[in-house]
Write a protein that binds this ligand. Structure first.
Ligand code: ATP
Ligand code: MG
Length: 389
């Protein structure tokens, strides 16, 4: 049996709400480890995950995708006697040596002041025991390759190789938003960022079938699945925007096409969000990244909607966004070459600084009412990624 110790992140800053946040984190963690056969135990605000050794890989994978924890480590648990604790320090050190580690130090914390060794005593006696029993290890207090941590609480915990958690807040503590998800690099990252602030995710993907392929649709499904690994799943709505694009082509000045299509997507997405009870829209827009994302054109595209539009990438540059996309595992999917509905009919010379009043004038000429109703009626829904609750 292995035990993992979870350290909570920002959650610890919450006061009266803390219990509620912890309950949601517990639910998320349980959902994510359930299939591995692991068990979750809560002691004094600490989370411990116990699992059979053969499930370690599955549990570590789940913890690496769990939002709301600052760090986690595989830990030894001991009775609170100095002998037992020193024995565990030595065992931990042996394991480090077998992994090729040569330098270490011991960090100690003692919340139970009844324990006979204080933190200084734990550090010095622990260090001495390791040096005596484990050849090949040296102490380096400044730049050790490994830190053996000892915590004396309700029990004694001894661990090294503490891994950084994803931080953020547990998904489900901030309601749910509707992500406008394209097959590009940005929108999956935007979804992840809002999930990391505790927001659950629905997603809307507008495709232009038959002008866009089934592969493009599969790609978006794969992106939703990857984001869903962090957000306990994503409910993905696929809507065909083709009739709207055709209407725009027929009735609107060419330079306005992209902005008008974005306005239509926003309007459709807001209707869907209200139907689902989502509290906001989320997009992957980043200021001035492309013509449709100048501040003037953003004003046009959001001028029809009343729900808040969250744009977590607005101040980030492309290199930063790509780095994050790589970290969360969406980049390699996003760069697959399948076409986006917008690319197919984008104007050669798009409006760069649209005026919202003019935008609304052109939009009204489209008379999208019944077309939009049909687009929404014919939506297809599926659940992607995540863990079945
Ligand atoms: P992305 O990489 O997310 O596709 P982008 O750089 O291609 O972004 P745009 O094409 O201007 O930028 O899209 C801006 C935002 O509009 C996207 O981040 C996404 O939230 C939304 N969006 C664009 N196309 C679609 C689509 N086909 N379906 C749903 N949302 C879309
Ligand atoms: Mg795009």
């Amino acid at each position: 049996m292995y035990t993992y110790l979870l350290k909570l992140g920002e959650l610890t800053l919450k006061r009266e709400n803390r219990k509620g946040f912890e309950q949601i984190l517990k639910h998320n963690c349980l959902t994510m480890i359930r299939e591995s056969g692991a068990k979750l135990e809560m002691i004094n605000g600490r989370f411990l995950v116990h699992c059979p050794e053969e499930a370690a890989g599955q549990v570590e994978d789940a913890l690496a995708h769990l939002l709301g924890i600052a760090a986690w480590a595989k830990t030894r648990i001991q009775e609170k006697t100095p002998e037992a604790v020193l024995r565990s320090c030595v065992a931990e050190a042996r394991e480090l040596v077998s992994q090729g580690v040569q330098t270490f130090k011991i960090e100690a914390r003692r919340t139970d002041k009844g324990f006979p060794l204080d933190s200084y005593g734990l550090r010095s006696e622990g260090g001495a025991a390791v040096l005596r029993e484990v050849p090949g290890l040296r102490v380096d207090v400044h730049k050790p390759e490994a830190v053996i941590e000892v915590e004396i609480r309700e029990k004694a915990y001894i661990y090294s190789s503490c891994r950084k958690g994803l931080q953020g807040l547990p998904v489900g503590t901030a309601g749910r938003g509707l992500l406008l998800l394209s097959g590009g690099i940005d929108s999956p990252v935007a979804g992840y960022m809002m999930a990391s602030r505790g927001m659950g995710l629905d997603a809307a993907y507008f495709h232009a079938y038959p002008y866009t392929s089934d592969q493009a649709r599969h790609k978006v499904r794969d992106l939703a699945a990857q984001v869903g690994r962090y957000s306990l799943g994503v409910r993905l709505y696929t809507l065909s925007i083709t009739p709207v694009q055709q209407r725009i082509q027929e009735r609107a000045p060419e330079s306005w096409r992209t902005v008008l299509l974005r306005m239509a997507m926003m309007e459709g997405a807001e209707k869907l969000a209200r139907y689902r009870g989502d509290k906001c829209l989320i997009t992957g827009e980043s200021l001035s990244q492309v013509a449709s994302q100048t501040i003037e054109n953003i004003s046009c595209t959001e001028s029809l909607v009343k729900l808040p539009v969250l744009r977590p990438l607005i101040g980030m540059d492309k290199a930063q966004i790509i780095r994050l996309a790589e970290t969360i595992g969406t980049y390699h999917i996003s760069i697959l070459p399948y076409e986006d509905c917008c690319a197919l009919f984008s104007p050669l010379h798009p409006v760069l600084r649209g005026d919202p009043t003019e935008a609304r004038y052109h939009y009204e000429q489209l008379e999208l009412g019944t077309l939009m109703e049909a687009v929404l009626r014919e939506r297809v829904v599926e659940t992607c990624g995540g863990y079945r609750a």
